[in-house]
Design a protein around this ligand. Structure first.
Ligand code: PLP
Length: 388
């Protein structure tokens, strides 16, 4: 056996791998576990996208290496999508990079822009994959606390100015995993001026861009004037079109950041399977009714689940977007001891907040990724423990 490099050994441990093990152990004992701990969309890819893929697979042109940096038809579809959905004008050749899933772009970005020791501002709690690229780039992570009293938006004023002056890159994510919070246009305006002042490149993770509730469409970072001068937005097909297994996404925005991603990807990959790109273009360009239905489904689940939790006396807030609910842990428990209790005694799996960072302590994350019936049953099982 060969030891892994020092760099690989520094990568954060996959905190949720141990959760999966625990859940499997309880299932192996014969229990019916309602698993709200993961973030894997439960519904199939819309049929018209699958059909487009089936037809595209048969085209011999796609059986060869496809163009470096993606087909122009897909980049043009991305530009059309941003214009139609957000009123944002994008140059398809200079301001779009095709990604192997949003995660790839998020991990690549620090490698594209940072030198060892550079500082990256990372939301806490936040999606743990932001940490991986920072470690691989030998950069330094500084946490931006997201607090309930500030609507889970970072407060730039509270950050240490010496640290901010060293920052080169910053991650943001709204609608937010894990808190379900959404951003306002005024927050993004403040972000642009903060980033301009300190010369920080912004990476806005818009993975849940399609999923906003109560008729409020989530705001794109690029909608704000000057955003393209300071940052990019990373979008994925995984959530909007239930295409998590397909591994495709894209980055849009700042030309120099897009060029850097493309340079790195020229060295990592040759190109992406053309048939997937064709199906992805169909997803962006054809009817978005499937997306409306998806959002309606998540909203109905959210309403049922939050109502059921409030009914058992658990005082929780409804998320404004994403497909997660972020629930405060009752007194006397940590996020981990509480998650263990729910798994062992109610057979309901939830993700402990501490897995998303220090400021995630005191919460558990639940996914709205099962039927309303099962969500209601999860709440009832928890109710029987008489904790509230
Ligand atoms: N960003 C956030 C906040 C996510 O929750 C996820 C997936 O769970 C992703 C990015 C990455 O999605 P993908 O790599 O499937 O595009």
């Amino acid at each position: 056996t060969f030891p892994q490099s020092n760099l690989l050994q520094q990568l954060p441990k996959q905190f949720f791998a141990s959760l999966v093990q625990k859940v499997n152990a309880v299932i192996a004992e014969g229990h019916d576990v309602i698993n709200l701990g993961q973030g894997n969309p439960d519904q199939p890819t819309p049929a018209h996208i699958v059909n487009a893929m089936q037809q595209a697979v048969a085209k011999p042109a796609y059986h060869k290496y496809s163009p470096f940096r993606g087909y122009s038809f897909l980049k043009e579809a991305v530009a059309t999508f941003y214009k139609r959905e957000y009123g944002v004008t994008i140059d398809p050749e200079k301001e779009v990079a095709i990604l192997f899933g949003g995660k790839a772009g998020l991990v690549e970005m620090p490698l594209c822009l940072l030198n060892p020791g550079d500082v990256v501002l990372v939301p806490d709690p936040g999606y743990p994959d932001y940490w991986s690229g920072v470690v691989l780039a030998r950069a330094r992570m500084e946490m931006m606390p997201l607090r309930a009293e500030n609507d889970f938006l970072p407060d730039y004023e509270e950050l240490n100015k010496d640290v901010v002056r060293q920052a080169k890159l910053m991650f943001l994510n709204y609608p937010n995993n894990p808190t379900g919070a959404t951003a306002t246009e005024s927050f993004f305006k403040e972000t642009v001026s903060f980033a301009e002042t300190y010369g920080i490149a912004v990476v806005h993770d818009f993975a849940y861009g399609a999923i906003g509730f109560d008729g409020k469409k989530p705001v794109s970072f690029l909608q704000v004037e000057g955003a393209k001068d300071v940052g990019i937005e990373i979008y994925t097909f995984s959530k909007t079109y239930n295409m998590a297994g397909w591994r495709i996404g894209f980055a849009v925005g700042n030309e120099s950041m897009i060029e850097a991603i493309n340079v790195l990807q020229d060295h990592l990959y040759v190109s992406m399977f053309g048939a997937i790109q064709e199906a992805a273009a169909v997803a962006l360009l054809q009817s978005q009714q499937c997306v409306d239905e998806l959002v309606a489904t998540y909203e109905a689940r959210r309403n049922t689940f939050i109502r059921a939790l409030n009914d058992i006396g658990w005082n929780v807030q409804a998320p404004a977007g994403s497909f997660f609910a972020w629930l405060p842990v009752p007194e006397g428990y940590t996020s981990e001891t509480f998650a263990n209790l729910l798994l062992e005694q109610a057979h309901v799996a939830v993700a402990p907040g501490i897995g998303f960072g220090e400021h995630g302590e005191g919460y558990v994350r639940t996914g709205l990724l099962t039927s309303e019936e099962r969500l209601k049953e999860a709440a009832e099982r928890i109710g029987r423990l008489q904790l509230f």
